[in-house]
Design a protein around this ligand. Structure first.
Ligand code: TRP
Ligand code: ZN
Length: 893
């Protein structure tokens, strides 16, 4: 851990590297109590920098390195002595004597005690690596920055019995027994130049499933997924997802895979979802393993999406990579956009859009409004690991999506073709991406680029006016941007906001959209480009006052407001031709109804629910022609976290009370319709073997949401149905929902029994036990914190495993809001203690778990004081990692 004050790094200070590394030859000798890393780097002066220096003396070579024990250094074949180099806690500096040279280093490292899960570490007995963003410097001295791209050759040696499988990037070129008894080695060569963050190494006792993929130019690619032996029966879904991804990227983006082999390795201890290392993706086992009995539908869909995401990085990230870490969204925003498109094509596009937007609005909007708010391309950071954020990923994907909307499918494809062609093998910037889009389409995105530099969620207030005599209808848009750290709102310039929209007449028919000055219209849906702070669009030939449908498909990541009344929202719910907006109208209606009840609760009045919401949802529920997944989405009330996000001052108790009251009302009033749909779908589930496909997901989702509502009625037949579903389901989707409804119910004996049976059946499956922890951590019944504390003592729990921390602590602080925000501050104290503990051994996870406390400004003054005090206590708790230091100090600033 660093003890010196962490320092801020700025985008404006970017300079190209002084030296380049053409070839990287690595040798790893893995042992139980240490490992040795020998690196031979074939280097030369960066001509670009030499030109700038105009023949001056050669600059020193400063290599990154952390937690390395230096054993030897050779420069141009001459052994250096300590007088010849400078060593600090994060660098090694030598003075080259010529433009081209080789540098040889040997270091000793300790993967066996690496708990930060960055660099080379051990997970469940196997060796694995995580180098993004700056983990490679914990493996060897290097120019650990993405604009230094090198050809890697890697030799790994280890005990043959314990580590029969030895993997690295690229192709296996040689292998054999070592001279030393019981050991063996393998050499891998990656023909593609890559930055160090894409390096990977794996050594372990692994089994694999294998398949092949024939590319569009008829090349055969070997596909292997490596897992611990007991998990080979849970890889097929990931393999199917991989093949679908490879085909989709050829069909939709014209991108072909480039090596002869593609490998995925599942590891149990992993800080994030997965990592796109060239030819050797390393995955959190939760993002690979899925089969009916142990993984829910949501888990299956997550596996499919993450496999696709990492595979797509082969082009958007690896072949074309980032110049520096400020450009992270160049690869992440774009790749999320690509994986969303893939998931939309594999499943229901509307449902995928609804889920993405609900997530963005709840979590990214909250980030954008909090102390860590930053632009899609940040301009400074202390610790880059803190910037793998919802803003860089999800908002970054929305920004790419707006480009897609503005250019259309074909224009966008022309842009990506040019981008890949122009920059293949290069490390580039977000500006280069935009430039390719502009050049391929002959457009000017100068103003659009503000999305990359201005932080915060823009507001877009819309008003209308109808002129009966002229038969014109006008929409006026007023945009504004909030103040975010370092960026006053009033200094922000207008964004380009694509607003997809339509107009509905009194029958719900879509009107042709003709703007003043345009030729007669045929289209009934179009995209308005809002580019000014205030701008009016006037439609002509509008025979009657229409109802606007705005921001269809959520065409821009903004907070749009239009003064709809509840009847208008109900009308849109039924008639809007845009599925996303039908859902959104329902959400807006629900928000209005819930906000009434939140106000009633605050005034101490009895809660009364607007019956129109019940009527509207009854209509949806009874319409058997609707996609069942859509019905399920419409039936889901906005979450508490979203209601908090849209509050001025969030009253957690009132929000919880209002939402629970609404759920109870819906359950009581819709119970017949819910029961009918539940029974039909449950019967089908009983008759159909599990299939991980869209219409099956839809059926089970509706079945399960119906069950969750029905359980609130407390009827004995519902309890019996839940128990039956728990006991007899052949899949985790039904079983886990049954468990969850029991856990959240007042039926203590049934609950205890189900929890016990579940734990007994699945005690050997860590990922299933994560779900068992999560269901309990999320239960909003009183006493939540005590239950979580007790679960931390469970033998299956360990703080050292990030999935466990997320399953128990993350679920409690992120989803169990009524308990986490207990008025006595006990939830805050608990979380702060854990962050302090985690900071000592896994800074990345510590910093991520801290997020809920950073939102303290959202709450009432008593809670604010409690949360702030905990942040201050963390700050004073001793030497902090740069990760935690950055988040805590910015939160208190
Ligand atoms: N590039 C990874 C992705 O696909 C992100 C990632 C994986 C990561 N592991 C990490 C980032 C560890 C930081 C630290 O999104
Ligand atoms: Zn990614």
């Amino acid at each position: 851990m660093r003890t010196d004050q962490p320092k801020m790094i700025y985008l404006k200070d970017y300079q190209a590297p002084e030296y380049l590394i053409d070839e990287t030859h690595l040798t790893f000798e893995l042992f139980e109590d240490h490992s040795l890393v020998h690196a031979q780097l074939v280097m030369r002066r960066n001509p670009e920098r030499a030109q700038l220096a105009q023949g001056g003396a050669l600059p020193p070579l400063v290599l990154d390195g952390q937690l390395l024990e230096l054993l030897s250094v050779k420069l141009a074949d001459a052994e250096l002595t300590p007088q010849d180099y400078q060593l600090t806690s994060d660098s090694l500096t030598v003075q080259p004597a010529s433009e081209s040279f080789t540098l040889d280093t040997s270091v000793k490292i300790h993967p066996e005690t690496n708990t930060a899960l960055e660099g080379l570490y051990k997970s469940s007995g196997m060796f694995c690596t995580q180098c993004e963003a700056e983990g490679f410097r914990k493996i060897t001295y290097y120019l650990d920055r993405p604009d230094v791209m090198s050809k890697f050759t890697t030799t790994v040696s280890a005990n043959k019995q314990a580590f029969p499988i030895l993997l690295s990037n690229g192709n296996l070129i040689a292998a054999g027994p070592s001279e030393e008894e019981g050991r063996h080695w393998a050499t891998w060569e990656d023909p593609f130049k890559k930055p160090a963050y894409l390096f990977a190494l794996v050594a372990g006792d692994l089994w694999c499933i294998e398949d092949t993929f024939t590319t569009m130019t008829d090349r055969k690619v070997t596909l292997r997924i490596f897992v611990e032996p007991e998990n080979v029966d849970k890889c097929q879904h990931a393999m199917d997802s991989l093949k679908k991804s490879m085909r989709w990227d050829e069909e939709v983006y014209g991108r072909e895979y480039d090596l002869d082999i593609f490998m995925i390795v599942a590891v149990n201890d992993f800080n994030m979802g997965a990592m796109e290392n060239k030819g050797l993706n390393i995955f959190n086992s939760s993002a690979v393993l899925a089969r009916a009995e142990t993984a829910t539908d949501a888990a299956h869909q997550r596996v499919e999406a993450i496999v696709a995401h990492e595979y797509f990085h082969n082009w958007s990230g690896n072949r074309v990579t980032c110049r520096d870490w400020f450009q992270l969204s160049l690869k992440e925003g774009f790749t999320v956009f690509r994986d969303s498109g893939f998931s939309a094509d594999m499943n229901s596009a509307t449902v995928k859009r609804i889920q993405d937007v609900a997530y963005l609005r709840t979590h990214q909007f909250a980030e954008d409004a909090g102390p860590m708010a930053h632009a899609v391309r940040p301009d400074s950071f202390i610790e880059i690991s803190n910037f793998y954020t919802l803003t860089v990923y999800e908002k970054g994907a929305e920004v790419v999506g707006m480009i897609h909307t503005l250019l259309g499918v074909e224009g966008f494809r022309k842009g990506t073709d040019l981008f890949f062609e122009r920059h293949d093998g290069q490390a580039v910037t977000c500006d280069d991406f935009i430039k390719a889009m502009e050049d391929a389409n002959g457009v000017d995105f100068t103003q659009f680029k503000r999305w990359y530099s201005q932080a915060g969620t823009p507001r877009l207030a819309v008003t209308e006016s109808y002129d009966t005599d002229a038969k014109t209808y006008s929409l006026t848009f007023r945009q504004s941007a909030p103040t975010t750290p370092g960026q006053p709102g009033e200094q922000k310039l207008p964004f380009v906001i694509p607003v997809a929209m339509g107009l509905l007449d009194a029958e719900g028919q879509e009107l042709p959209l003709r703007l003043q000055g345009e030729a007669p219209a045929v289209n009934t849906s179009r995209v308005l480009s809002v580019t000014e702070a205030e701008q009016t669009f006037t439609f002509v030939d509008i025979a009657e006052q229409p109802l606007p449908s705005l921001l269809r498909g959520f065409s821009a990541p903004v907070k749009l407001s239009f003064p709809y009344n509840r009847d208008q929202l109900m009308f849109l719910m039924q008639h809007d031709s845009d599925g996303f907006n039908r859902w959104d109208a329902g959400q807006q209606l629900s928000v209005q109804v819930l906000q009434d009840m939140i106000a009633q609760h605050q005034k101490g009045e009895p809660l009364v629910m607007d019956q129109r919401l019940i009527t509207a949802l009854h209509t949806v529920l009874s319409d058997e022609s609707l996609d069942q997944a859509m019905v399920a989405e419409m039936l889901s009330l906005p979450g508490e976290a979203y209601l908090i996000e849209i509050s001025e001052v969030a009253d957690v108790d009132a929000i919880h009370a209002a939402r629970e009251f609404a759920r109870q009302q819906l359950a009581d009033n819709l119970s017949d319709a819910l029961w009918k749909r539940y029974q039909t779908n449950r019967e089908l589930s009983k008759q159909t073997p599990y299939v991980a496909a869209s219409e099956h997901f839809a059926r089970r989702t509706l079945q399960n949401i119906a069950l969750s509502y029905l359980m609130l009625t407390g009827k004995p037949e519902v309890l019996a149905a839940a128990i039956d579903q728990f006991d007899t389901a052949d899949n985790m989707t039904e079983r886990l929902t049954a468990l969850a409804v029991l856990v959240n119910s007042p039926f203590d004996a049934e609950k205890a029994k189900a929890l016990e049976v579940f734990a007994e059946n699945f005690k050997d499956n860590a990922l299933v036990m994560d779900q068992w922890f999560s269901v309990q951590a999320g239960s909003t019944l009183p006493g939540g914190l005590e239950r979580v504390k007790a679960l931390m003592q469970h033998p299956a729990f360990t703080m050292k495993n990030p999935n466990k921390v997320r399953a128990l602590i993350g679920a409690f602080a992120g989803q169990n809001l009524i308990n986490f925000h207990a008025a006595d501050g006990s939830g805050y104290r608990f979380l702060a203690n854990l962050v302090i503990e985690l900071n000592g051994f896994n800074p990345q996870i510590a910093s991520r778990q801290l997020a809920p406390l950073t939102r303290w400004r959202k709450y009432d003054s008593a809670r604010q004081a409690l949360m702030k005090a905990e942040l201050e206590r963390i700050l004073a708790s001793g030497p902090l990692s740069p990760d935690v230091y950055e988040v805590v100090s910015k939160s208190l600033a």
